[in-house]
Design a protein around this ligand. Sequence first.
Ligand code: SF4
Length: 443
Amino acid sequence: MTKPNPKTFHVKSFGCQMNVYDGDRMSELMAAEGMIAADAADADLVILNTCHIREKATEKVYSEIGRVRKHAGKQGRAPMIAVAGCVAQAEGDEIARRAKVDVVVGPQAYHNLPDLVAKAASGTPALDTDMPVLSKFGALPARRRVAPSAFLTVQEGCDKFCTYCVVPYTRGAEISRPFDAIVDEAKALVDAGAREITLLGQNVNAWGDSVDGDGRGLHDLIVTLDKIPDLARIRYTTSHPNDMREGLIQAHRDVEKLMPFLHLPVQAGSDRVLKAMNRSHSRDSYLRILDRVRAVRPDIALSGDFIVGFPGESDAEFEDTLSLVDAVGYAQCFSFKYSPRPGTPAAEMDVAIPDDVMDERLQRLQAHLNRDQAAFNAATVGRTCAVLIERKGKRPGQMLGKSPWLQSIHLMTDAPIGALVEVEVVEAGPNSLSGVERVKVAA
Ligand code: SF4
């Protein structure tokens, strides 16, 4: 059945920061085609930019498709539905067949969305889950207007094959974008209003391995971005311990714009579990990296990811995770119960941990992590730091921003969004700070 060419669109992104970046680029792409952004309830085309990391990801996408159709059906409408992102890549034509959606497009092919939508409008369901090497970035429109804190994807895919993870299958092999293309996009983001850029990649610190063959690494990129005059802050995420090169560690000492924050997932504290996860680093090698980072940047805020209840994890091995957490003292972390992802080696391991044991372990782990996060936040009280104003708060005159250590902070100020303000931290809660404005650094 043919559907009219859509005039309005809505992109709904789930999951990680890279999906947020991809969703923004899809919106820019459709806007460049002359389409108008609309609420999900009114859009002619709804793009679901899906994530495959969480449990029952595929089922959630089917439910979301059902929700969109039901809501539109009550208004007598039948919007075109496109499924993008990692579930589209993993499920391919199965999702097109089962959910009868109009477009299925993988994360490396979304630059083809306009053509796929046109094909679907002519009555033929359109599918593209190819993984061409980096052709999408060159086909996307220029950045026009962005928030003060913007994402910039520099690397995609993963060669690490951790046994619990679908990313190597949904995003493909590790690929780095070319140096000049990244610098050009960073300049365009700054011209469009960004003051802070977070460089994104599944293994962002592996950037450079496949570019030019001249040995340049992420630190070379950071040193170059540091020279963009109106760019105030640089961040990067997510990193793998094995790709923490010396140059990147030294950049935390030498590059003032590089914020004192490092997200370095470890997942578990037991060497046997790390081996079963195929993490290819040990507890000790991970801790040694953190020592080196702290030696050059003592105030750095550390962040990590943890999985509890990996198949076969014993009580003693879980205690190893707690002792690692206690040894590090993280500023913030993400922690999850293990859940099997179809097609991954860990999903075939038949030594599942009972759910109630995982619940209990997660609670204990989070008690340690919350304690350390609260302690880190409390230690910033009395300090004065630059805060990047990102949006309005709930109260009149209140603004919200981020500290250098990625803490949310609210304050009363007439500084506009995008300004940097010197703020004295006066109070710390478990998840945010409050501060008092001292000096506006730059508007
Ligand atoms: S490093 Fe491991 S967890 Fe991270 S994306 Fe690659 S396979 Fe997944």
